[in-house]
Each structure stands twice: as structure tokens, then as C-alpha cells.
Design a binder for this molecule. Structure first.
Ligand SMILES: Cc1cc2nc3c(=O)[nH]c(=O)nc-3n(C[C@H](O)[C@H](O)[C@H](O)COP(=O)(O)OP(=O)(O)OC[C@H]3O[C@@H](n4cnc5c(N)ncnc54)[C@H](O)[C@@H]3O)c2cc1C
Length: 382
């Protein structure tokens, strides 16, 4: 039975291809990559070589124009690879960093940056959050002062996924000191630009195989032609991809929760206490039933939001609801699954501990769940 009317046989065939690739070429390595604190940057080329980095982009730039439902399948399968960090690094490249280049770049900018990003030859990051705050992005402080044909960027960006290895960073910077959210622009900064540096690689609770960095800009001069879209309109442009960013997190969270459920079921079926398996004990059976219920509620809401988005229908409220439901289900299910593992759940050799650590990012990233609730309240005209 198809898991949803959203996925036809062609999507399921694609899912099979992605699943085999991930099972054979990603999953066997994730323990090493988690221990190393990053996956090899060459992995982008492997994904690019399989046409997985341009699923929603036009063919002239190397994309397959397959659409967002295919990309949603990619997110689901990535989330099952056993490392939230790998899913985060590849996911950030396709879900948040390259969309502004495609959506607001000129033909020349797309050829220069999007085409190699789709091949996995260039790694892209998105730099919005700053040390002073990530929720209130209208008050971005990193400045980009215009001097003739260049912008001079000063400031720093915090918690940037792919920040260490990025060849390009799409930066939200203040081009007009006054004007709040009307004074921001999106600028592409390339790796070797003088004045741009990786301040430090950040150590994290979870998502450990993804590289996360603080980026520093000190009199970093970028040409005006590196601006995406209109000057001072960067806030609106950045917001333009928020729904897809949140859906990416929601879709991944549902798939991660599903994997935690499967780990719990497998463990409960094999662990014997008091002469019987855990899965024969009613309290455990009901716990697992509740976990499955939580996941299904989140999945259906997420698929509904995805369907609205894929049809370009208004979906701000539904996407925020899906992001909350999915990420909170993931945290809860991972926690209950760890509990079912007993002491073994607390051991690093069991995969559930990583699922538990990775899940905790969901309610924080891509707009916190408090901000999601605020978005929903506004949509309800409160
Ligand atoms: C591993 C990781 C990867 C990330 N990757 C990226 C990336 O690639 N690019 C990028 O730009 N950013 C990235 N981020 C940043 C992420 O988007 C921010 O951490 C997030 O938006 C929250 O911002 P903050 O951490 O500054 O928290 P703050 O904004 O300081 O918020 C702190 C707390 O206060 C709450 N709060 C704030 N304002 C309100 C309000 N009005 N009402 C109620 N509660 C409120 C928040 O919900 C939160 O609980 C990443 C973060 C992490 C941890």
C-alpha cells in the first residue's frame, strides 16, 4: 500500500534507488564520520553524480526538474542513514543554501554557482544566524557597506551548517543601517575572498557528522554582482524559502522517529525479562502503540503541508504545525525508544543514543518551535 497519495510508483522506484545507495555507501561509514566530526566533502560529488542535488532545479543548470516530492523522498531516505549530521549537511545544501541562488539568481549567477553546486563540485552554506540571535532575523547586524562596485562586509555568522567546507556562503547582511527588515540583502561570498574566514568549528551534542561553524567577515569585499535579487530586499527573499526549510526538517524528523520506533520494536522483540519478551508486556506494547500514533499524526500533517506546498497553495500555518508536530514527535519517540532499551540505550554502541541526540536539534533549528507557535498564532489573527 502506498504510504500516501503523494507518492506514485515513480517516486517509490526513486526511493528504492536512493535507499540502496544510502544503505550500501553511506550507512556503513556513518559511525566513522560521526567519530571524526564530519563526513568527507567528496560525498557531495557522490550525491551530485547520482543527480540527487538538483531534483527541483531546471535541466539547463544540471537539475532534473523532478520536483519537490522527489526531494521529499530524498529527505526521508537521508534521515534513515543513521546520522542526523549527514542528513543535515546534504540537506542544508539542497534545502536552504542553493534555493536562493536558483530562486533569485540571474542566469549568469545560476551558471556560476548553482550548476557546480548541483554536481556537488561546490558546497554551499546559508549564513543567516548571528551570535547575537537567530530568531529575530530582521535585526541581522552583519553589515555590508556599499563602496562603488563592492560591498564591504563586517560581522559574523553563527551555527552555519557546512560552514567549514563551504565553497560559497549565501549571507544575509545589512546594506542599510536603518530600516529593520527593509535594509537587508543576500550576498554570495566565495571561499577565498580576503577578509572571509572560518572563525571556529563548533562542537555539538548531535548532528556530529555535519560541520557547523562560526564565520567571520572583516572588511570582506565582494563585488556588487554577487548580490542575489534586489538590494535591501534580502529579508523577503530569505523568508521566501522558509516553508521548504521547515518542511525539510519536518519530513526528516518523521523519518527519524520512524527509525527510532523500528529500533525499539526490534529491541523489545528480542529482550527477555521475567521470562518473556518486552514486546509481550502490555505496558511496553501500549508505549510502542502510542509512539506509532504520534508518528502517524505528525506524518499525515507533514504530508498535508507538503501537498499544499507542492501545489503552491498557502501553507504557512500548516507547515509550522507540521514542523512542531514532527520534531516534538521525534524527540518524544527517540526518548521512549531509548527507555525501552534500558541501560543499553545509554551506551554509545547502540544507535538509539545517536537518534536521541540528533532529534534534539529539531525543535531548535529552522525557526524554533516557539517561533513556529508565534507564526501559527499570527495566522489565527491573534
Ligand atoms: C546544529 C545547528 C545548525 C544550524 N544551521 C544553521 C545554518 O546553516 N544557517 C543558519 O543561518 N542558522 C543555522 N542554525 C541556527 C538556528 O536556526 C538558530 O539556532 C535558531 O534559529 C535559534 O536562534 P538562536 O540559537 O539564536 O536562539 P535565540 O533566538 O536566542 O532564542 C533562544 C530561545 O528563546 C526563544 N525565543 C526567542 N524569541 C522568542 C519569542 N519572540 N517568543 C518566544 N520565544 C522566543 C527561542 O525559541 C529559544 O528557545 C543552526 C543551529 C544549530 C544548533
Amino acid at each position: 500500500m502506498p504510504r500516501s497519495h503523494l507518492f506514485g510508483p515513480e517516486h517509490e522506484e526513486f526511493r528504492g534507488t536512493v535507499r540502496r545507495f544510502i544503505e550500501n555507501e553511506v550507512r556503513p561509514h556513518v559511525d566513522d564520520w560521526e567519530a571524526a566530526g564530519q563526513f568527507p566533502p567528496e560525498l557531495f560529488r557522490r550525491f551530485g553524480g547520482l543527480d540527487l542535488l538538483g531534483l527541483k532545479y531546471p535541466e539547463p543548470y544540471g537539475g532534473t526538474d523532478a520536483g519537490v516530492i522527489y526531494e521529499a523522498v530524498l529527505f526521508e531516505e537521508l534521515a534513515r542513514c543513521g546520522s542526523g549530521g549527514v542528513a543535515a549537511g546534504i540537506g542544508a545544501h539542497v534545502a536552504i543554501a542553493t534555493p536562493p541562488i536558483h530562486d533569485f539568481g540571474t542566469d549568469a549567477q545560476r551558471k556560476r554557482w548553482l550548476a557546480p553546486a548541483i554536481k556537488g563540485e561546490k558546497i554551499v552554506a546559508l549564513g543567516v544566524t548571528e551570535p547575537s540571535g537567530g530568531s529575530d532575523i530582521a535585526h541581522v547586524e552583519t553589515s555590508a557597506r556599499r563602496e562603488g562596485d563592492v560591498y564591504v562586509i563586517n560581522g559574523s555568522k553563527m551555527f552555519i551548517t557546512n560552514g567549514v567546507n563551504a565553497d560559497l556562503v549565501v549571507v544575509l547582511a545589512r546594506t542599510k543601517p536603518e530600516g529593520g527588515h527593509h535594509g537587508l540583502s543576500l550576498l554570495v561570498v566565495e571561499r577565498d575572498t580576503p577578509g572571509y574566514s572560518v572563525g571556529r568549528k563548533l562542537d555539538k551534542l548531535g548532528w556530529r557528522a555535519s560541520d557547523t561553524a562560526e564565520l567571520v567577515f572583516q572588511d570582506c569585499r565582494v563585488p556588487v554582482e554577487n548580490r542575489l535579487g534586489e538590494e535591501h530586499n534580502g529579508f523577503r527573499l530569505a523568508v521566501g524559502n522558509f516553508q521548504w526549510e521547515r518542511l525539510w526538517i519536518a519530513i526528516g524528523a518523521v523519518a527519524s522517529a520512524q527509525r527510532s520506533l523500528e529500533l525499539a520494536i526490534e529491541y523489545a522483540a528480542n529482550r527477555v525479562q521475567f521470562g518473556k519478551t518486552l514486546s509481550s508486556m502490555q505496558v511496553i506494547r501500549h508505549e510502542i502503540a502510542d509512539m506509532a500514533l504520534l508518528i502517524e499524526q505528525a506524518r499525515q500533517l507533514t504530508y498535508y503541508a507538503l501537498w499544499l506546498h507542492s501545489k503552491q497553495l498557502p501553507c504557512t500555518k500548516e507547515v509550522s504545525m507540521a514542523k512542531i508536530a514532527a520534531t516534538e514527535a521525534d524527540v518524544r519517540v527517540a526518548d521512549r525508544a531509548l527507555q525501552i532499551h534500558g541501560g543499553y540505550g545509554y551506551m554509545m554502541e547502540y544507535p538509539i543514543q545517536r537518534a536521541w541526540r540528533d532529534a534534539r536539534l529539531g525543535p531548535i533549528g529552522a525557526g524554533t518551535n516557539e517561533i513556529m507557535r508565534e507564526v501559527i498564532a499570527k495566522e489565527l489573527d491573534l
